[in-house]
Design a protein around this ligand. Structure first.
Ligand SMILES: [Zn+2]
Length: 106
């Protein structure tokens, strides 16, 4: 079976559709949203570099011929930062040093 290939609008890299973020201009409301909906679509690598470039050059809006709300970019940045780092360990620094220093009362 032929994979469903798409192209990133920032770096022009071609990859399977499922590996990209999908930004959709929904028909007929022309609302630009993520992942879901029928309409004109743009694809972007889930990478900071591509997101940065797409935002800076307004690539998504150009591709979709519709304004892209700031909240959409915010959501994407959130997705990047929300993905947990590989070596994330919750370090419990419980400082139980509630010792009162010796007071010099004269
Ligand atoms: Zn890319």
């Amino acid at each position: 079976m032929k994979p469903n290939l798409r192209r990133c609008l920032a770096c022009r890299q071609v990859a399977p559709k499922s590996s990209f973020w999908r930004i959709v201009r929904v028909h007929p409301s022309r609302t630009v949203q993520l992942d879901q909906g029928m309409g004109r679509s743009a694809y972007l690598c889930p990478q900071a570099d591509c997101l940065k470039l797409a935002q800076k050059k307004n690539r998504i809006a150009r591709s979709l011929k519709a304004p892209v709300p700031d909240t959409l970019y915010q959501t994407l940045w959130q997705r990047l930062t929300d993905s947990p780092p590989p070596n994330s360990q919750t370090i419990n620094t419980q400082s139980s040093s509630t010792q009162t220093p010796t007071q010099d009362t004269d």
